[in-house]
Every structure is written in C-alpha cells, then in structure tokens.
Ligand binder design. Structure first.
Ligand SMILES: Nc1ncnc2c1ncn2[C@@H]1O[C@H](COP(=O)(O)OP(=O)(O)O)[C@@H](O)[C@H]1O
Ligand SMILES: Cc1ncsc1CCOP(=O)(O)O
Ligand SMILES: [Mg+2]
Length: 273
C-alpha cells in the first residue's frame, strides 16, 4: 500500500474526528473511550435496546464487541447492527472468545447476517469464527496469525475486510492482503487493547468511507491498514518508555495522542502479502 494512501486515511480520520458508537464489554468500556479520545475520535457507549438502534444513526461507525455478552445486550447488538447495515453506517465486529462457548458462536452467527464491514479478532478468534479448530485461551490467543490466514480468507464471505492481529497483523479483503509489522508484546499485557483497536478501526472506516453508499472494500482495506499501523506504532513508542503494563497504558494513550502523520509514514512497515 502506498504511503500516500496511509497518509490520506490518517489525516482524514484526524480531520473528521468521527463519532464511534460502541456496544462493547464491561472490561473494555473505559479503555475503548480513552483510546478513541486520545486518537482524536469521539466515543459513545450506548447499550440499551431502547436507544442504541436510534443512536447509531448519529454515528459515523458502529463497533460491536461480544466480550461480556448477555442475552439482553445480544438483542440490542442485533437490532443496532440491523440499522447500521440498512443505512450504510459502517460497522465492525470483535468476536471476543468466540471459540469458548456455543452461546458466543451462535451470537456471532446471528450478527454476521447483518454483514459487518470489518471483522477484527486475534488468531484464535478468527479460526474459531470460521469454524476451524483453535487454541483459544478465553479472550487470549493461543494461535499464530500465519495459521489463521486461511480462516480470514474464508470469513470474507461475511465481511468485506477481515483483520487478524498478533505479532504481525494481517488484513485482507479476500484478494489483496497486507502485513503490518509493528507493535510490542506488552500490548498483550493490558486488557482491552484489542477491543480498543477494534473501535479505532471503526473510527477509521467511518471517517474514510462514503456517507451515502455502501462502503467499498478498497476504502475499508486502506482505512483498516492505516489504523493497524498507527495503533501498533504507538505501542512501540510506549513500550520504549514503559517499565511495565501499568506505565505502558499511560504512555500508550500519550503516543496515540502525539503520533504525527509524517512519523507514521517515516517508520512504516506495511507490506503486501
Ligand atoms: N507479540 C506481539 N508483538 C507485537 N505486537 C503485538 C503482539 N501481540 C499483539 N500485538 C498487538 O496488540 C494489539 C492487540 O492485538 P491482540 O493481542 O491480537 O488482540 P486481543 O487483545 O484481542 O487478543 C494489536 O495492535 C497487535 O498488533
Ligand atoms: C478479560 C475479558 N473478559 C471478557 S472481555 C475481556 C477483555 C478482552 O480484551 P482484549 O480482547 O482486548 O484482550
Ligand atoms: Mg480481543
């Protein structure tokens, strides 16, 4: 992907400051909101079925995350995803720990009917969502990104773009793929860092796709790749300064806040693969 495309997606995100509607999990709410704010977006956590399907029409993007799924929130997720799908509001699904229980698997099957624009998960989640065997450790991955590539390809029948994260992230629309070689292992030692990435990709696709028609896969791929590079570069910067996970989290928010377009481009490690 050409650096100028990444530069454009990044500056469009910053200029737009998209409102991202999140139906995320109890663990992640605060971190997701702080990450979106630090990056320059506006977060809203709106969960109840009485208002979420109405609220989503105000947002540039919807992020749905099944991390602490309940039967009640599932109904709200389904109703809100249906509105997003019917009104061309781009939405992203984070299938947290989908391989752990049949409740999560069935919930994802229902949600996939409303065609998420992007799916983002760790390698075990992507494998499990595609119906393949995984070494899921609850919300953590026991699998490699490389081993989940075929599963990601298969999932492009449900979503235009699929993202697998890990040591080297991989993103595909089913025909093109990009590897994003940034990040630091300390990112796995702070809870909800993956959930917040999903919401941030939501912001990037919201800012970088048309408001009037269904998002096309090129725009989604460019936007998702840019978000991955930005996020993981911020992780690298934070890890250089941090002594451990607590300190890392604070430095990470600061790095997201301070990282500039030119720094992102100068240090870019994104390859076609
Ligand atoms: N071993 C690693 N080295 C570098 N970065 C990593 C590593 N594992 C995960 N990351 C980064 O951490 C972020 C969250 O990814 P991941 O840990 O896969 O999600 P989750 O928290 O949902 O399991 C991504 O930006 C990813 O690039
Ligand atoms: C620990 C935990 N339990 C249910 S959701 C959740 C957070 C998972 O966050 P992430 O997927 O970003 O690691
Ligand atoms: Mg996760």
């Amino acid at each position: 992907m050409q650096p100028k495309i990444i530069h454009h997606c990044f500056t469009t995100f910053k200029d737009t400051s998209p409102l991202v509607h999140n139906i995320t999990n109890d663990v992640a709410n605060n971190t997701v909101a702080n990450v979106l704010l630090a990056a320059g977006a506006s977060p809203a956590m709106v969960h109840d079925i009485k208002e979420a399907p109405e609220f989503v029409t105000l947002a540039q993007a919807l992020s749905i995350n099944i991390g602490t799924l309940t039967q009640t929130t599932l109904q709200s997720m389904l109703a809100t995803a249906e509105v997003a799908h019917s009104q061309n509001i781009p939405w992203i699904l984070d299938p947290v720990a989908v391989g752990a229980t049949s409740f999560r698997q069935q919930a994802c099957t229902e949600l996939l009917k409303f065609k998420p624009d992007v799916i983002r998960g760790n390698a075990s989640e992507i494998l499990a969502l595609a119906g393949m065997s995984s070494r899921t450790k609850g919300t953590d991955s026991g699998d490699s990104v490389e081993g989940a590539k075929e599963a990601a390809q298969q999932l492009t029948q449900y979503a235009k773009v699929v993202v697998v994260t890990g040591a080297i992230d991989w993103v595909t629309d089913g025909t093109q793929g990009y590897a994003v070689d940034h990040g630091h292992p300390m990112m796995t030692q702070v809870t909800a860092i993956g959930c917040a990435l999903t919401a941030l990709i939501g912001g990037f696709i919201g800012a970088n796709t048309s408001k009037t028609e269904e998002a096309n896969s090129d725009s989604l791929l460019n936007a998702a790749t840019t978000a991955l590079a930005y996020y993981a570069q911020a992780g690298e910067i934070a890890a250089q300064q941090a002594k451990g996970p607590g300190n890392f989290y604070v430095h990470f928010l600061d790095a997201l806040y301070n990282l500039e377009a030119q720094t992102l481009i100068d240090n870019l490690r994104v390859t076609s693969s």
